[in-house]
Write a protein that binds this ligand. Structure first.
Ligand SMILES: Cc1ncc(COP(=O)(O)O)c(C=O)c1O
Length: 354
């Protein structure tokens, strides 16, 4: 059954899910920042204070994560991104990366999700409780609130097969000295405004430009084109969310021998592309059929996109095929200096000599 309630097929949005009744009775993981207590709370009782920072001033950070049969997909990348966002926002989480992953595991287990292949987790960190409605973190009490919402969300295969129609929006992606996209900040006003503009245009996603007019990203997924036969073009990583799927897509392409160029390009080059696709943790790669009324390629999923989907699925399989202990060890591992050590060894020298 699809997410649509009125019997008509749902629009082929980037996030069309297969409805799952079990989501009505999930338990939410909540770490109270004041008491430090972690609880698994039934969905309808999982509420936050009106004095919460996210609620009052949109002061929080988040991650959208997949879990496959109880294993958190690309756990190290998500947890590192969250901790980097927390540091930038001057937010002390009060736990280690391994402990945070442990809370996610507790939440999955409390929901009996060990066999579920399609869990999607929204991890939200609010700066926490405030003594009064005011933006300054000085009025905050205790540590941040951590909320872990796990739902069973399989991608609607019919929507995925249809592909996406994009329309260019007037809402631009700003530079990092306005609102750094690397913050993964909870305030998604820019994305929501672009999403509304996509709704108004009657398309699935809004295509967004930077302030110089180069193509950057969409309102909830990153964007790629394929040109010159099999060359994969990604907009440079500034002015767009630092998508984990975007990076993994680039990595698997390069590892497989495909040329990937990260560069500035224009709408004209998009309209004339052989293929285009979007990426995100929820949908993985989704082909684009149409941009601003122009059919992309032959309007169907292209062969390069199909190949990349296969490469990425294999990478997900490899990553989530590991044991939890292996994944925790990777998340907790110190900085990897093996490359430097190998180079020093090859040069017949060591750190101490310098
Ligand atoms: C605006 C935006 N761009 C891109 C993405 C994709 O990022 P990721 O691949 O890390 O899921 C998201 C994810 O929700 C997003 O909100």
């Amino acid at each position: 059954m699809s997410a649509s309630k009125n019997g008509t097929p749902p629009p082929a949005t980037s996030h069309t899910v297969v409805y799952n009744q079990k989501n009505l009775s999930i338990r939410i993981g909540m770490r109270d920042g004041v008491t430090g207590e972690f609880k698994l709370v039934p969905r309808e009782q999982a509420v936050v204070s009106v004095f919460d920072s996210n609620f009052l001033v949109g002061d929080g950070i988040w991650e959208g994560i997949r879990a496959v049969r109880g294993r958190v997909q690309f756990a190290r990348d998500h947890i590192n991104r969250l901790f980097q966002s927390a540091k930038a926002m001057y937010m002390e989480l009060g736990l280690t990366k391994g402990q945070l992953l442990g809370l996610i595991h507790q939440t999955l287990d409390a929901n009996d999700m060990a066999d579920e292949p399609h869990v999607h987790i929204r991890l939200v960190v609010s700066r926490g409780l405030k003594s009064t409605p005011y933006q300054n973190p000085h009025v905050n009490i205790g540590l941040p609130l951590i909320v872990i919402i796990p739902e069973i969300k399989a991608v609607d295969t019919a929507a995925k097969a249809r592909g996406l129609k994009l329309g260019t929006t007037w809402v631009r992606r700003g530079p990092p000295d306005v609102k750094d996209e690397a913050w993964n900040h909870i305030s998604k006003a820019t994305d929501v405004q672009a999403c509304i503009s996509a709704n108004m245009m009657g398309v699935d996603e809004a295509l967004m430009l930077d302030l110089r007019g180069f193509v950057k990203t969409c309102n909830s997924v990153n964007f790629f084109i394929v040109r010159n036969g099999c060359e994969v073009w990604a907009p440079t990583k500034d002015n767009q969310m630092q998508g984990i799927t975007r990076q993994k897509t680039i990595d698997v392409c390069r590892a497989a021998g495909l040329t990937v160029r990260e560069l500035d390009f224009t709408l004209t080059e998009v309209y004339g592309a052989d293929e285009a696709f979007c990426t995100g943790t929820f949908p993985s790669q989704l082909h684009v059929t149409n941009v601003d009324g122009r059919v992309i390629g032959d309007g169907k999923r292209g062969r390069v996109t199909e190949f990349i989907q296969k490469l990425y699925a294999e990478e997900v399989e490899r990553d989530t095929g590991r044991t939890r202990d292996e994944i925790i060890a990777e998340v907790e591992a110190p900085r990897d200096m093996s490359r430097l050590e190998a180079l020093l060894a090859k040069a017949g020298t060591s750190d101490e000599t310098n």
